[in-house]
Ligand binder design. Structure first.
Ligand SMILES: [Zn+2]
Length: 218
């Protein structure tokens, strides 16, 4: 049985019993996935980092890295109204990343804070066809339901709204550890408990979701 972790910043996490998508580190440039054989990554420009980096240069690097078989998804990227960068600039950078995801046919791992209306609008406006997964979701059940109706998938970490964790359909759900020290087994245990289902059922469902969205053959 494999524990699948949709999103972590801990590069040491890929072992036999766990399969993790690690967020590829960057500052002025992205670290090369080649430096970490056998590790799966996602790469993207986080809205928090737009002001302190050169997003133009990073997006052009990103379109090259996107072709790597080790790169399973574009992100985390997205929109955050609690950060200083104006939302229209965030949208511009996010749209460039949507285009990269569409061209490379890879799903997106999305960070979204207080900008869900804008996000839903962008999904429609860009007619994006790749899957979009909201990571670290802590919102209320009503918002989760609305997002699911618009075709989004949702990933939950160790901090979540219990009612939301109960109602997300299993085939739309992912689990993650993000930047916490909690291990992924604990997150699985918490969610299985709250949904009152055997942990094995959760492991199998999330595994199926993973193989549906990501090419893990290489
Ligand atoms: Zn993260």
């Amino acid at each position: 049985m494999t524990y699948y972790n949709l999103h972590t910043h801990d590069l040491s996490l890929s072992t036999d019993r766990k399969l993790s998508i690690c967020n590829l580190p960057y500052k002025n440039s992205f670290t090369s996935p080649d430096a970490y054989p056998g590790v799966y990554f996602s790469a993207g420009i986080h809205p928090w980092h737009i002001a302190s980096t050169d997003p133009m240069s990073l997006t052009s690097q990103l379109s090259r890295i996107a072709e790597s078989p080790q790169l399973l998804a574009i992100g985390e990227c997205g929109l955050d109204k609690l950060t200083d960068t104006p939302i229209d600039i965030q949208i511009t950078i996010f749209k460039q990343q949507i285009e990269i995801a569409e061209n490379s046919k890879k799903p997106m791992i999305i960070h979204c804070v207080k900008a869900f209306n804008e996000l839903i609008k962008l999904r429609k406006e860009t007619a994006a066809r790749q899957e979009w997964i909201i990571h670290g979701f802590r919102g209320k059940p009503q918002l989760a339901t609305e997002l699911i109706q618009h075709g989004f998938r949702i990933s939950i970490g160790h901090k979540f709204n219990p009612e939301t964790a109960r109602i997300i359909p299993l085939h739309r759900l992912f689990l993650e550890t993000d930047d916490s020290n909690i291990d992924i087994e604990t997150v699985y245990r918490q969610i299985a408990e709250i949904r009152q289902i055997p942990e094995n059922e959760l492991i199998i469902s999330i595994g199926t979701n993973f193989s549906e969205l990501f090419d893990l053959s290489r």
